[in-house]
Design a protein around this ligand. Structure first.
Ligand SMILES: [Ca+2]
Length: 219
């Protein structure tokens, strides 16, 4: 399972938390690492048994015309081969009636030693609805349960898949994908060949200096 297409870009404060940019935003984390997949740093976790990492409170992650869809992801760097490891992703939003809901558990088999691996968890409908609501008490809990290792395990870039809210049916059937363009090539200068007629339903949203995310609607 992969998380592709549009993902939530939280408000600045939320993005700092989801991106592990400041260890003060997480209980259980005290050191950051310059190795990262988002922002400037990742979080170091010196694993020794059951490690519970809890975020500070987050407010609503999506704009009013968007909603969280069916996947969440976190990037994990495993420093060495281990015989066992549990990685759990938990969502807690009391104001939305969501209490300590575990999205799933993954093992070391989902990880590649010595590089960041994106670990994807399914988001059930009721949690996606709650995450798309209005709140200021969201906490994300990541559990890393494993043996002591010779170097810290790293965490970075929690994100949620999102989709536009089709309030009037105008969006039609959505097909989402992302592609990279060289900085000197304009989107209007590109051609995407498909088997059916497509049009661009929304503008390109630069996510960084070299990538665009485009939503296409089948016509
Ligand atoms: Ca980061």
């Amino acid at each position: 399972m992969k998380l592709t297409g549009a993902t939530v870009t939280a408000n600045d404060a939320g993005q700092q938390v989801l991106g592990f940019e400041n260890s003060n935003d997480w209980s259980g984390i005290s050191v950051t690492d310059s190795n990262h997949t988002e922002g400037r740093v990742s979080a170091q976790v010196s694993v020794s048994g059951w490690m519970q990492l809890t975020s500070s409170h987050l407010s609503t992650l999506v704009d009013s015309n968007e909603q969280i869809s069916d996947k969440a992801a976190i990037d994990v760097w495993l420093p060495e081969s281990v015989g066992w490891l549990d990685l759990r992703f938990i969502v807690d939003i009391p104001s939305q009636g969501i209490y300590w809901r575990e999205l799933g558990t993954e093992s070391q088999e989902a990880l590649v030693v010595g590089e960041f691996t994106s670990v994807v968890f399914p988001v059930p409908d009721d949690i996606a609805t709650a995450l798309s609501g209005s709140y200021d008490d969201l906490r994300i809990v990541v559990i890393v349960n494993g043996p002591s290792m010779s170097a810290p395990l790293l965490l970075d870039n929690i994100r949620f898949a999102k989709e536009a809210v089709d309030t009037d049916g105008s969006l039609g059937e959505q097909v989402r994908f992302a592609f990279d363009l060289p900085q000197d090539v304009k989107l209007l200068e590109t051609v995407v060949q498909v088997n059916e007629s497509f049009k661009i339903a929304t503008a390109a949203h630069p996510q960084n200096q070299t990538a665009n995310v485009v939503t296409w609607a089948r016509v």
